[in-house]
Every structure is written in structure tokens, then in C-alpha cells.
Design a protein around this ligand. Structure first.
Ligand SMILES: Nc1ncnc2c1ncn2[C@@H]1O[C@H](COP(=O)(O)OP(=O)(O)OP(=O)(O)O)[C@@H](O)[C@H]1O
Ligand SMILES: [Mg+2]
Length: 499
């Protein structure tokens, strides 16, 4: 039988960014198909193309054995493809039945809404999910009165009412707890029993092995492997996710030995962190790894006093420090650079000089002024950056993103912080600027600054770190040192069994 869906050599560019260079996917009838791969490898983009919400730059789609050209989500819907949206699109004041058929009401004689048919059809839909729907889940129930689990089921029924052949779930389980995930798997298996195919995007390896029939792995915009789940294992899949040349490559990292730790963190907890403890030596570059959003940024922002911890202790060179505000953190000796320039560029409209000087002046407890004698100090820092600019008075906005980023690190070159916090600092800057930037980071480390470095790209992390803590669900899930500082070990640890 022809596959329900075939995506052949799909390409997508967003301006200069190549999101997809060779997306391939083949989905059989009634199949639960996992799409796996690192952050940014192109999974969502491929699925949006299949659902008609993004237009491809090249390649071919075949749906139900025929070539398909989709110019809108409606086109995809007409061919039986539905993308499941996480953002709740329900109207709380309406009933379950009205929500499910909103905009697609069954029509009776004369073209008027047929409320009897509406209720009967909803009842039939609900009956199929009786084991997971729970009490009070009736066609007449107001959606606003349902539990969050039940509302999620209404969302699914809403998709099902259009009778799709293929439903795409893009990280539908990311926000669910264990029990809700079980419930969701019940739904997936029910869909399978009815011959509906599903694409399931998840970063949770245990889930993928628990529920999927096939697994397709993407890397860097291309499909690189496809497996029958029963005929593969976690190790093989992890290896496919990692660039083969980078698999065993490693830099020789020398960890400064025998020194008193510069920073000791004990039991740090907060909104996105649980009991995080570690220490960093002066001159050490400590990498923070793992999938995006596992607590790495939360830790860095917490240490910078921008999002204070609820519990825990931080000592700096043996003395306990309080980090309730950014000013406190800077005075204690912390520096911070974020790749999210909007957040970091507190002096967006101001000159390059003011942007470099700001941190030093806070640390020295001085107001931001324009004293002529200060300028040479910062000129030296700016010169180290290999950055072209029209003088120190030029507004920082006149620089390219990568060069702005270098100015932000120059702030801290001059300040010589005890600890520098790097929150995905090279995000979106070009290769040349990145190389300059990383050279500056190394220079700071050589001068004794302890560096905490989060990067969303594993290659950056592996290139710069002396040691890596791997985060998962707000906790440190593993530590890589020496021989184990490889892409393979990093991916393996990041995809470790999630609680
Ligand atoms: N609208 C857009 N404009 C510019 N670039 C985009 C756009 N959408 C996606 N990208 C880029 O395309 C690449 C692939 O993104 P995509 O969202 O498909 O990744 P993903 O595999 O779903 O990642 P994740 O696991 O983090 O969800 C990324 O580099 C992303 O930044
Ligand atoms: Mg995605």
C-alpha cells in the first residue's frame, strides 16, 4: 500500500538560513512515527510544510499516493493532514460539542445547524475515547468546567472531527506530567487502532520507544536515518543524531587542578531549577549542556541576580554572597553576557563607550558619567575586539549583531569579573565574530576568571568547555570530563531517561 505521506527532498530557506536541505519522511497507514533530532535540526519546519502552514523552497510531497501542492492549511486539511496545536484554541463558554464542530457544524434540511446531529456525532466521537475521557465529559458540558486533561482531549477531538488520515503532534507531551503522558499515549494507540497515522515529535527517548512504530532521525536540516523501533535501540538512534565525524573528536582540555574553587553553589532551587550544586575553579570554563530550556539559563540568570533563587547558597572565594539583584551580583564580581541581545542591551540607544563602561562603573560604585580620563581604559578593551566602528561615541545600534556582542563582552574584559556567566552568547552571530568572541572568552579564563558557559549548539560547548554539566528538567543529570567530552556522550547524557 502506498504510504499515507511521502516527503521527498524537502528544502526550506528563511532568508540566509537553510532550515531544511533534505527533509525526507515516509509514513504508513496507522503508523505512529517519531521524528527525532537536536534542537533546530528542522523537525517543526518539515511538519509545518506537510501541514501547509509554511511553503517549501523545493522538494515534493505525496499525500495518499498523489502529488500534493499545498498553498494553505486548508489544502492540507482537505487531503486529511492535520497539525495539532498546543495553544488552546477552545472557547470556554461553549459546550464540548460546539467547540469540536466550531465552523464545521453539521447542517440539516435547509442548511440550518442540526443540533441533534451535532450531539449524536459528538457522542460517537467521545465514545471512542471513553477510557481516557474521564467523568463529566459529555457533549453538553461547558469546556470552561473541564479539567486541563479533558480540554486537551477536546482539542484532539476537534482535530479528529475533520476525519484526518494523518495528525502531527509537535512536542505535545513537553508540558504534560507522567499520568497525562500515559493518557496521551492511550489516545495515540486509539488513533492507530482506527487506522489514523501520527507523527510524534518528542525529545523524550523513553516515550519514543514506548509508543512509536518507526523513528526518523534528522540532523542539521536533513533526514539521516529511519528505523523500525522494534529493530533498533536507543544507542543506535543517539549515534544517528550526532554528526559522525564529530562522534569521537575531542579537544584536550586541561582543567586547572589543585586550586581553591572560585565559585561554590549548593542546593540552588528556583522556578526552573532543582537542587543544583557544583563548583568552578578560577580559569575554568564550565559548560552547561543539555536540551534547550532545561535550567541552564535559569541558573545563569539566578547567579546574576536577575531571577533570584528560592533556596540555596553561593560562595565566592570562600565568602557567602547574596544575589538578590543584578547590582549586587556585579559588585560581588559576576559578569553576564546573553545571546538574547534585547535582554542584555540595557543601553541600547547609547554609545559604544557607555555600553562598555557601564559594568565597570557599577562595580566601582560610580554613576554613569563621561569623564575624559576614563576613555583610554575602555579604548584598550574595544581595540582587543577586532571590531570596526566609527569611534566610541557611535551608537551601539550602528554595529552588526556579532560586533555588538563583542562590545558586551568587552564590558567584562575591562571589569575582570571573578565569574563570567555566558548565556548562549554566540547565538545568531557569524563564524568570524564567533571565533573572535571565543578567543576573548579564553583570554578572560587565562586571566583567572571562572566561566559558566551555556550554548544551544553542542559544537560550541565542546569547543570551549573544560568540563560540561548536562542539565535535564532543572537538574544536573550528568557530568562530562576528559575522555567523555565528545558529541556522542553529550547527546547521550542530554537524552538520558527523563523522570
Ligand atoms: N520563521 C523562521 N524564520 C527564520 N528561521 C527560522 C524560522 N523557522 C525556523 N527557523 C530556523 O530553521 C531551523 C530549524 O528550525 P525548526 O523549528 O524546524 O527546528 P526543530 O527541529 O523543530 O527544533 P526544536 O527541537 O528546538 O523545536 C532553525 O535554525 C530555526 O532557527
Ligand atoms: Mg520544533
Amino acid at each position: 500500500m502506498a504510504p499515507v505521506l511521502e516527503a521527498i527532498n524537502i528544502q526550506k530557506r528563511f532568508g540566509a538560513i537553510v532550515a531544511l536541505s533534505d527533509g525526507q519522511l515516509s509514513i504508513g497507514e496507522g503508523e505512529i512515527h517519531a521524528l527525532l533530532g537536536a534542537n533546530g535540526c528542522g523537525k517543526s519546519t518539515l511538519c509545518k510544510i506537510i501541514a501547509g502552514t509554511v511553503a517549501p523552497s523545493g522538494g515534493r510531497l505525496r499525500i495518499g499516493g498523489r502529488d500534493a501542492v499545498l498553498s494553505s492549511p486548508r489544502d492540507a486539511e482537505a487531503l486529511g493532514v492535520a497539525l495539532f496545536y498546543q495553544e488552546l484554541s477552545l472557547v470556554p463558554q461553549l459546550s464540548v460539542a460546539d467547540n469540536i464542530y466550531l465552523g464545521h457544524e453539521p447542517k440539516g434540511a435547509g442548511g440550518f445547524g442540526d443540533s441533534k446531529a451535532l450531539l449524536a456525532q459528538t457522542r460517537a466521537l467521545i465514545a471512542r475515547f471513553a477510557p481516557v475521557a474521564g467523568p463529566g465529559f459529555t457533549p453538553e458540558a461547558l469546556v470552561g468546567r473541564l479539567t486541563p486533561d479533558q480540554r486537551q482531549i477536546v482539542e484532539i477531538l476537534k482535530v479528529l472531527a475533520r476525519r484526518p488520515r494523518l495528525i502531527i503532534f509537535d512536542e505535545a507531551t513537553a508540558a504534560l506530567d507522567r499520568r497525562q503522558v500515559e493518557l496521551f499515549f492511550g489516545v495515540l494507540r486509539e488513533l492507530k487502532a482506527q487506522g489514523v497515522s501520527t507523527i510524534f515529535i518528542s525529545h523524550r527517548m523513553d516515550e519514543v520507544f514506548a509508543v512509536c512504530d518507526r523513528i526518523t532521525v534528522m540532523r542539521n536540516g536533513s533526514t539521516v536515518a529511519s528505523f523500525a523501533t522494534a529493530q533498533t535501540d536507543r544507542d543506535t538512534v543517539i549515534r544517528a543524531m550526532v554528526e559522525s565525524v564529530a562522534l569521537l573528536e575531542r579537544r584536550v582540555h586541561a582543567r586547572p587542578a589543585g586550586e581553591r574553587p572560585r565559585l561554590v553553589a549548593q542546593g540552588l532551587s528556583g522556578k526552573r531549577l532543582q537542587h543544583v550544586s557544583f563548583s568552578v575553579a578560577p580559569g575554568e570554563i564550565l559548560g552547561l549542556g543539555g536540551l534547550q530550556g532545561q535550567g541552564q539559563s535559569a541558573l545563569l540568570q539566578g547567579l546574576f541576580g536577575a531571577a533570584p533563587f528560592s533556596t540555596g547558597q553561593v560562595t565566592l572565594d570562600g565568602a557567602s554572597v547574596s544575589l538578590r539583584s543584578t547590582a549586587q551580583a556585579i559588585r560581588a564580581g559576576f559578569g553576564y553576557v546573553s545571546g538574547d541581545r534585547g535582554r542584555d542591551a540595557a543601553f541600547g540607544g547609547r554609545s559604544i563607550f557607555e555600553n562598555i563602561a557601564a559594568a565597570s562603573l557599577v562595580r566601582e560604585g560610580r554613576k554613569l558619567v563621561w569623564p575624559r580620563q576614563l576613555k583610554p581604559r575602555f579604548e584598550a578593551a574595544a581595540a582587543a575586539l577586532n571590531t570596526k566602528y566609527d569611534g566610541m561615541e557611535a551608537p551601539i545600534g550602528s554595529l552588526s549583531g556579532g560586533n555588538q556582542q563583542k562590545i558586551f563582552i568587552a564590558r567584562w574584559l575591562e571589569t575582570r569579573p571573578k565569574v563570567l556567566l555566558l548565556d548562549d552568547p554566540a547565538k545568531g552571530i557569524d563564524l568570524a565574530a564567533k571565533a573572535d568572541f571565543f578567543a576573548l572568552v579564553r583570554q578572560l579564563a587565562e586571566q583567572g576568571t571562572a566561566i559558566l558557559f551555556y550554548a544551544s549548539e553542542d559544537a560550541e560547548l565542546l569547543a570551549l568547555s573544560d568540563r560540561i554539566l548536562v542539565f535535564n528538567g532543572g537538574q544536573i543529570a550528568g557530568e562530562l570530563t576528559g575522555e567523555r567530552l565528545t558529541a556522542l556522550h553529550l547527546t547521550d547524557a542530554a537524552y538520558g531517561a527523563l523522570a
